[in-house]
Ligand binder design. Sequence first.
Ligand code: BGC
Ligand code: CA
Length: 446
Amino acid sequence: MKKKLALLVVAAMLAATITACGGSGETKAPSTQGNAGGETQAAGAETQAPAETQAPAGAEVANKDKPLVWFNRQPSNSSTGELDMAALNFNANTYYVGFDANQGAELQGTMIKDYIEKNIDTIDRNGDGIIGYVLAIGDIGHNDSIARTRGVRKALGTGVEKDGEINSEPIGTNADGSSSIVQDGTLEINGKTYTVREYASQEMKNSAGATWDAATAGNAIGTWASSFGDSIDIIASNNDGMGMSMFNAWSKDNNVPTFGYDANSDAVAAIAEGYGGTISQHADVQAYLTLRVLRNALDGVDIDTGIGTADEAGNVLSADVYTYKADERSYYALNVAVTADNYQDFTDSTKVYEPVANQLDESKNPTKKVWLNIYNSSDNFLSSTYQPLLQNYDKLLNLEVEYIGGDGQTESNITNRLGNPSQYDAFAINMVKTDNAASYTSLLSQ
Ligand code: BGC
Ligand code: CA
């Protein structure tokens, strides 16, 4: 304890010396805040010893003014999808990092349609002219899940409009095509017309309330297979966790191509064994952005540093891998389809993205403490892809991150562990429910 304190004092003194030497240190000193809005706070810190801004425990900055990034689950209304701009503008250093849900959803739909066209001679397993699919839905109140359901229905012509958008509700089952939530689509291939039918879809939520639940999907495919058997030609899933569970339980043995989303390593490897394909949401770029926006805000530098503008270490992202929407305060990574044609390039989903893999200099970007939670520690994507990536980037960015794993069901399971926000310099939050931003921001506002 004492030793640590002494070290901190030495560190602070050192920092003071460095800052006092002026030059580039000067510009960084005033602001642990970054841009506008934090002004008052930063100005206050400035009049005191400049060393204060370097203090590791974030003692000077009020919790409500500390950098905050939402990731993976965008603050939004879970019924309408409308963005929660109050949460996204919580303070001047608040951002969201995710991916372009619509672009990815369209890619997933097109990937499936392309597969059908290429394999039309063998795809219709029972030869009745109907190409049948079943769909695993992750979370009916999650805008990424909604977008993917719509993307598949749109590409296959099975979507039905409701309030100006494709209905994304689960249908239960639809043996004869009479569902009012979806319709039979048609595909013209080599001069022949095929019907496309969604035979079944369901939200994969377990009895405890966890969504995107892989085990539930593994059970569902058993039920669907016994009802629809060789009428099922394709399996579509809102993610790879559920997709792989269905693949392992049934579709691998029955040679039914299964399509997921996330490009988790196990799913990419399964492409060699008949898994149809997946979408990379560029988690390597997202994990970087998640920590990078915090790093920049903590350093008080332009938010674009190491993102659109190269930093001193040479880290920079090109415009083909992300977009930033200022009015939504959101960074969106772009998606890439992963199929039999290119999967060799995606075998390790935890590998850092080369253009942003350069170590920052600790003397210029001193270690800071970040509180970060994963809403569900057993989510396949977050635990097998996203968190390992974050753990690779945290060192490169000199961030000491405390990882908190939630149970996927209750917000309080996580918020209970945000009892002392003053111990951290910044926060990265992955909500259970996208409506619940206030349960976090209220803790930071106290
Ligand atoms: C991923 C899912 C994951 C979910 C968690 C999505 O972006 O595709 O696999 O379960 O995030 O929020
Ligand atoms: Ca058929």
